[in-house]
Write a protein that binds this ligand. Structure first.
Ligand code: CO
Length: 305
């Protein structure tokens, strides 16, 4: 999508369609999460399923395992496989003419962390059940926190849901998983991705050094020819949506030139990095997510089949 298309708002029907695609792919993808399965295969298969539905991945599919909470997408030629005791979170999204859906689930392969998974699922249910026009964002966080603490776990305080708009995954309005005094009130027609994270660790995430996901930040001056070429590629293929280094490595022949171009773009703040996020206490993390629209009477789930 180019920058001009961003000015055109996607219709609610397009958001509904993006939501249905997200839901179908989410449900079909569950069968891929098996012991010994390669994480790269999982991510690329899911991204392929989104494309087969006529949409694009709204962001690189996240396959975040155990104490990795979010922003892990496999690297180019990633060799990691799903382990027999892993808690695997799959976070995926579909983009259709600027309309975006975002949805996630957790698979507990050992079967020993059912309550952890249930905590994030029930917290999401509670949040959606109370969302309607006029409800303050801080109240939703309080409810999410109460449900997760009720299970004996902690919500992750520095990971939030987010308002979505046409071509934008994060509009700057966040929905916390903890009680806050944020007075912002939900309004009719707004679209939100709600994603409670629960953990048996410290309840917050910290950045790792590894970065696999980036997005355009502010177009600016770039010295290197390769950087300018990369910028044009990013603008025309991803717009403001996040992309994976893995995706670029398929298009740009030289790994070294690409790495240097990304470095210059980061230094010049033309792109921003989303470091892999790890639970600060090394705790296991679960996540459940839906995209909803605020109707007059309440929140309606878009990521359902
Ligand atoms: Co998500």
């Amino acid at each position: 999508m180019d920058m001009e298309e961003d000015a055109v708002e996607a219709s609610i029907e397009e958001f509904e369609e993006a939501g249905k695609i997200g839901a179908r792919v989410r449900e079909e993808s569950r069968q891929l999460i098996n012991i010994g399965e390669g994480v790269l295969d999982i991510a690329e298969t899911i991204e392929g399923m989104i494309r087969e539905e006529g949409a694009k991945p709204a962001f690189p599919v996240n396959v975040s395992i155990n104490n990795i909470a979010a922003h892990y997408t496999p690297e180019f030629e990633d060799k990691a496989v799903v382990g027999e005791r892993d808690v695997v979170k799959i976070d995926l999204g579909a983009e259709l003419n600027g309309a975006i859906s975002d949805t996630a689930y957790t698979i507990d392969l050992s079967g020993e962390h059912g309550k952890l998974v249930e905590a994030s699922e029930k917290a999401l249910e509670r949040a959606i059940g109370m969302m309607k026009p006029g409800v303050a964002i801080g109240e939703i966080g309080a409810a999410v926190e109460e449900v997760i603490r009720g299970y004996g776990f902690k919500p992750i305080a520095n990971l939030t849901g987010h308002r979505i708009s046409t071509g934008m995954l994060h509009t700057g309005i966040d929905v916390p998983s903890i009680k806050t005094d944020d007075p912002y009130e939900l309004q009719v027609g707004e679209i939100y991705a709600i994603e409670p994270f629960a953990t048996d660790g410290k309840g917050f995430v910290s950045d790792m050094e590894q970065v696999e996901i980036f997005s355009l930040y502010m177009p600016g001056r770039l010295r290197m020819r390769e950087s300018r070429k990369l910028l044009n590629y990013i603008i025309s293929n991803y717009g403001m949506l996040p992309f994976a280094e893995r995706w670029l490595l398929k298009e740009f022949k030289s790994k070294l030139l690409l790495k240097n171009a990304l470095k210059e773009m980061l230094r010049m703040q033309v792109i921003k990095a989303y470091p892999v996020l790890k639970e600060a206490g090394g705790g296991l993390v679960s996540q459940t997510e839906h995209t909803v629209v605020i109707d007059e009477g309440g929140a309606r789930v878009l990521t359902k089949e």
